[in-house]
Write a protein that binds this ligand. Structure first.
Ligand SMILES: [Zn+2]
Length: 234
């Protein structure tokens, strides 16, 4: 990338961050963006960023502008430019990942951002509503639901004293409550497989996970079903 282009991207980033971002934590920072555009991120990080671009119009806007420098002066990026940019990343389709940014305190679990629906006791709070209602503090566990093509994924995250967390993942068929057999879930960090389990009950859990950024790959008999990106901070 030329210095001129990089300077432009950084300037656009700063301008947009000021006017568009409310929850700064959940968006990739300027450095990550620059590295992504230069192809210097790991596969893991780059997958995370792509998943974020699929659901965040603000960040997709920055990406769109990086592809189309003439538009850099615009206040809002036109929808067609966003669509084009996502198409360039093959993100036209629905988001392929459940993405959740969380923060653990002693006995509180806070959702910074999630693109799935939240199960609040008996009540299902849609992702869109979660944002406007600003519900973010939970006792010590939270259940996030997300539908992918044929499956419904239920991810339960438990806070373990603010230092560790547990993840319980359940996959069902969307139409009928059939349990998915031969379900494999792999926990990945920095492109390294940490744990991988095959389940006949549609349910897999990982315990005592240290804070950090993870990807869970969900497959069924060699077919990739979905990914879950979890970024859990203190
Ligand atoms: Zn964003």
């Amino acid at each position: 990338m030329s210095d001129k282009t990089e300077g432009l991207i950084r300037a656009v980033y700063r301008k947009w961050k000021k006017s568009h971002f409310r929850e700064a934590d959940a968006h990739p920072d300027e450095e990550t963006f620059a590295c992504f555009l230069e192809g210097r991120l790991s596969t893991e990080e780059s997958e995370c960023l792509k998943a974020h671009l699929a659901v965040c119009d603000d960040c997709a806007g920055i990406y769109a502008l990086s592809l189309n420098a003439e538009a850099a002066e615009l206040e809002e990026v036109p929808r067609e430019l966003l669509d084009k940019a996502r198409a360039a990343l093959s993100l036209k389709d629905k988001p392929s990942a459940l993405e959740a940014f969380l923060r653990l305190k002693e006995n509180i679990l806070e959702i910074i951002k999630a693109n799935g629906d939240i199960l609040l006791g008996q009540e299902l709070v849609p992702a869109a509503l979660l944002r406007s209602r600003e519900i973010k503090d939970f006792k010590d566990e939270v259940i996030i639901l997300k539908d992918f093509q044929d499956i419904r994924l239920e991810v339960k995250i438990e806070n373990k004293g603010g230092k560790y967390f547990n993840v319980m993942l359940q996959a069902k068929h969307k139409q009928a409550p059939y349990i998915l057999k031969d379900l494999r879930v792999t926990l990945i960090k920095d492109d390294l497989e940490l744990e991988s389990y095959l389940s006949d009950t549609g349910m897999v859990s990982f315990e005592h996970i240290l804070l950090g950024k993870y990807r869970l790959e969900i497959t069924s008999l060699e077919n990739r079903l979905a990914s879950v990106i979890l970024d859990v901070k203190a």
